[in-house]
Write a protein that binds this ligand. Structure first.
Ligand code: SAH
Ligand code: SF4
Ligand code: F3S
Length: 440
């Protein structure tokens, strides 16, 4: 087998960052990444299982790999579908050599050695109860200015619809000292934005007891060279007031909180085992609205959970109004293997789910159309993320995580990763438009 690899990644930011660590680990073991699977000796497939018959899609894709097995290539299925389906993957796709869940990645070097010896059916599936996290100095980050750090892995919340506790194992945090060390190293090598990650990032509990989540946010935000700190995803149950206070007190913490509500109906929230009510959630929103900074709020919503009525849906719609989110990610409920809700009665047809989803998306679009207007006339700082040469615009991102496209009077466009003050001149439901301000 040639020591070249190709990796394809699906799913959330945690998976994207896992791939950066897997790539770093492979490179450390002497493998070189290629961008074309035809050139690769090892093909890795980092999978997501969150909804929409994900496992079927994976098996479908593996069928395509079958054609390539004669070329001496080896295959690894990693990530959430790997953990969920386990050795069944070898039964359905015998040409796969490695099946490993994310809780086993720290054992990857050993798995690679076995692969090189010619072993088949190498698994990393037994570590779901581990207290270890995957910490490695070898991280091949894809962006040179903005980077992820996973501070907590796994999930112990067991919401009725969700596969994550089964695919990512139990909740475990990295020590604050090791997070700080990695963040400092990133700052030293030129990163200015750090995004702290966790399935429930604010459930973070420093194993050494040194820092609360809010204290860690502050500590990362005061590292010299760091200009922006983001964190995602926050869970309402662990969302404490000191998080709002630390955002108010630390200018480098971005003024954006992603706090998924899932439903505005207390009855459905109980069926989902979210363990909070509509009122309890809205109290956390009220803390943010009372903050000195203009904190932008975003959410995830599930429509069509078993038993959801038109009244429940209306409760979600009125919650969208009450919060005034700047963005939502809304999904049709998807029954998932091993989860409690898969056997719940009253499941709704796809047509009903699709119609309900559209009702919420239309309502939200109107909210955003009005929300984004409030920025017209403001001068805000953006990080430059891209250049749209066709439109002669620069693509920037605000602290609130909004896209702000802008024009500049300078002949040369500002560099990627640089910061620029921009005056906002127009607003749309999903983005802003502006003009660069001359440097002072
Ligand atoms: N830990 C985060 C969410 C992680 S999963 C939280 O609890 O908020 C990301 C999103 O996928 C969830 O917020 C939810 O909206 C969606 N999701 C999870 N399971 C789903 C399912 N079975 N069907 C549809 N959407 C789902
Ligand atoms: Fe899934 Fe709930 Fe855990 Fe979020 S908190 S990852 S929705 S089980
Ligand atoms: Fe998907 Fe696993 Fe993330 S199921 S959303 S890749 S935690």
């Amino acid at each position: 087998m040639s020591k070249t690899f190709y990796i394809e990644t699906f799913g959330c930011q945690m998976n994207a960052h896992d791939s950066e660590k897997v790539v770093g680990t492979l490179e450390q073991q002497g493998y070189a990444q290629v961008q074309d699977e035809a050139e690769a000796g090892l093909i890795l497939y980092n999978t997501c299982s969150i909804r929409d018959k994900a496992e079927q899609k994976v098996f479908h894709r593996l069928n395509e790999y079958k054609k390539m097995q004669g070329e001496g290539k080896r295959f690894a299925v990693i990530g959430c579908v790997a953990q969920q389906e386990g050795e069944k993957i070898f039964d359905r796709a015998p040409y796969v050599s490695i099946v490993a869940g994310s809780a086993s990645y720290r054992n990857l070097p050993g798995m690679l050695e076995r692969l090189e010896r010619g072993d088949q059916r190498i698994t990393g599936l037994d570590d779901k109860k581990t207290t270890e996290t995957f910490e490695t100095p070898f991280v091949a980050r894809t962006n040179q200015h903005r980077g992820y750090i996973t501070i907590i892995e796994g999930c112990d919340k067991f919401c009725a619809y969700c596969v994550v506790p089964y695919t990512r194992g139990n909740e475990r945090s990295r020590s604050a000292a090791s997070v700080m060390e990695e963040a400092r190293r990133m700052a030293d090598s030129g990163y200015t934005e750090i995004q702290l990650l966790g399935q429930n990032v604010n459930s973070y509990r420093d194993p050494s007891g040194a820092k609360s989540f809010a204290e860690l946010l502050h500590a990362v935000g005061t590292i010299p060279g760091i200009r922006r700190v983001r964190f995602t995803t926050s869970h309402p149950r662990d969302f404490t007031r000191d998080i709002v206070e630390v955002i108010d007190a630390t200018p480098t913490l971005c003024d954006h909180v992603h706090l998924p509500v899932q439903s505005g109906s207390t009855r459905i929230l109980a069926a989902m085992a979210r363990e909070y009510t509509r009122e309890w959630y809205l109290e956390r929103i009220a803390w943010m609205k009372a903050a000195k900074r203009d904190i932008s709020m975003t959410s995830d919503i599930i429509v069509g959970f078993p038993g959801e009525t038109d009244e429940d849906l209306e409760d979600t719609a009125t919650l969208l109004d009450a919060v005034g989110y700047d963005a939502i990610f809304a999904f049709k409920y998807s029954p998932r293997p091993n989860t409690p809700s898969v056997s719940m009665a009253d499941s709704l047809s796809d047509e009903v789910k699709a119609a309900r989803l559209q009702i919420l998306l239309d309502r939200q679009r109107e909210i955003q159309r009005i929300n984004y207007q409030r920025h017209i006339g403001q001068v805000v700082e953006v990080m430059v993320e891209g250049h749209n040469r066709q439109r002669n615009q620069v693509v920037g991102r605000t602290s609130q995580n909004k896209t702000l496209n802008f024009t500049t009077a300078q002949p040369i466009m500002p560099a990627l990763g640089s910061y620029q003050m921009v005056r906002i001149t127009q607003a749309f439901p999903n983005s802003l438009l502006g003009e660069a301000q001359a440097a002072l």
